[in-house]
Design a protein around this ligand. Structure first.
Ligand SMILES: Cc1cc2nc3c(=O)[nH]c(=O)nc-3n(C[C@H](O)[C@H](O)[C@H](O)COP(=O)(O)OP(=O)(O)OC[C@H]3O[C@@H](n4cnc5c(N)ncnc54)[C@H](O)[C@@H]3O)c2cc1C
Length: 348
């Protein structure tokens, strides 16, 4: 079966370590159990258990460290296996997926940087089980990143001071490197630099979402940044920003597939066990039609995304097919996911 089946998971990964990661992650959630997963969701409980599991099993370190910076041979950034991991996390809960997703976004400007010292630092932090964050959005400007107000002012000693606020930033409460996008105060050039939530000039204001995730608002007040910490400047900073969004937002399609797969199973279980007018709800012709429609859309979502994963993997200045496929995964696969959920709502 093409859809994820946690009871008989058939990993598409060729190597044992990758298959082990998928297996153990499924086992973690199956042991936690649907009841507890739902309770934590309803109570908006912080997912400390999941982050501890990630740390113990070196999951993000293995999956998100490029081979060159990895401490062990199993580390590599591999879109193919990351897609599978995306799907599994979202199958069990979007909050678990989100902390992984924003770590990917946070690492984007770091791995795309020429700053070797910061890359080695990130690799070390991954080994230690840390998560990452992407500080792009600002409350007043939203999608309009040209209007970014976060500003980095040069100091006489060659260092910088950052001032400004970011909004909607996942993991802003615990990422030691929050990749922060801003502008140089003197030249107006774009810039990316890391901010550490533990520094006293980093003010964590609040969680702006009522969910298990921490989607933070933070402010930097004269936050000190050394020249050695700068990740990107000028056009490179802008390109790193958009390319990170390209890489990261592709995952939204996979999250959608994971969510819809679980919802489909739950809906079928409910409808098949519910008897009305002396028949199972799954026997109603319109319910059959809705399930068939939902299933067909979900399979199409997955087939399309599998194909697109190849174009993401092959992407280069000469192979730009991903430019067509990636936005469709990001937008069309996710909106089809909404369609699937709407159909399932009607059934249950
Ligand atoms: C749960 C959650 C988590 C998030 N996590 C992060 C994170 O970790 N890091 C981060 O940096 N950001 C994060 N974001 C912010 C997200 O990237 C922003 O929501 C996004 O930039 C849009 O900003 P906005 O929501 O303020 O919408 P606005 O910018 O106010 O846009 C409103 C509407 O205007 C229209 N619009 C705007 N621009 C365009 C355009 N160019 N073309 C066509 N229509 C347009 C669209 O219809 C859009 O829906 C998160 C957001 C949410 C909801």
């Amino acid at each position: 079966m093409i859809l994820l089946n946690p009871n008989r998971h058939e990993s598409l990964c060729p190597d044992e370590r990758s298959r082990e990661i998928m297996r153990k992650t499924i086992a973690f959630f199956e042991n936690k159990g649907l009841k507890k997963v739902k309770e934590d969701d309803h109570a908006r409980a912080w997912y400390a258990d999941f982050l501890e599991f990630v740390k113990q099993e070196r999951l993000f370190a293995t999956l998100l460290t490029p081979a060159r910076y990895g401490e062990s041979a199993d580390c590599r950034w591999d879109t193919w296996r990351n897609c599978e991991f995306n799907e599994i996390l979202a199958f069990y809960g979007l909050a678990y997926w989100y902390t992984w997703q924003v770590s990917i976004l946070g690492l984007g400007p770091i791995w795309m940087s020429k700053n070797e010292e910061m890359k080695r630092k990130a690799a070390q932090l991954l080994q230690e089980g840390n998560v990452f964050a992407f500080g792009l959005s600002e409350r007043t400007h939203g999608a309009d990143i040209y209007s970014t107000e976060m500003s980095l002012a040069p100091q006489p000693d060659g260092s910088y001071r950052a001032n400004g606020e970011k909004y909607y930033i996942g993991n802003a409460n615990l990422a030691p490197m929050v990749s922060t996008f801003g502008k140089m105060a003197d030249t107006g050039e774009y810039v990316f630099f890391p901010a550490d939530y533990r520094q006293k000039n980093y003010e964590l204001i609040r969680n702006v979402c009522a969910s298990q995730s921490y989607v933070g608002q933070y402010a930097l007040h004269d936050y000190p940044v050394s020249a050695a910490e700068i990740l990107h400047r000028g056009q490179e900073a802008w390109d790193a920003c958009l390319n990170t969004v390209n890489v990261g937002k592709f995952n939204l399609g996979w999250a959608s597939i994971g969510i819809c797969t679980h919802a489909l199973y739950e809906a079928i279980r409910h409808a098949a066990n519910r008897r009305l007018y002396n028949m199972a709800v799954t026997d109603f012709p319109h319910v059959k039609q809705m399930f068939t429609d939902a299933y067909a859309r979900l399979v199409a979502m997955k087939l399309f995304s599998l194909r697109a994963a190849d174009y993401m993997r092959a992407a280069s200045p000469d192979d730009r097919r991903y430019l067509l496929y990636n936005p469709i995964v990001k937008m069309k696969v996710t909106t089809q996911g909404e369609e699937v959920i709407n159909l399932l709502w009607d059934v249950i």
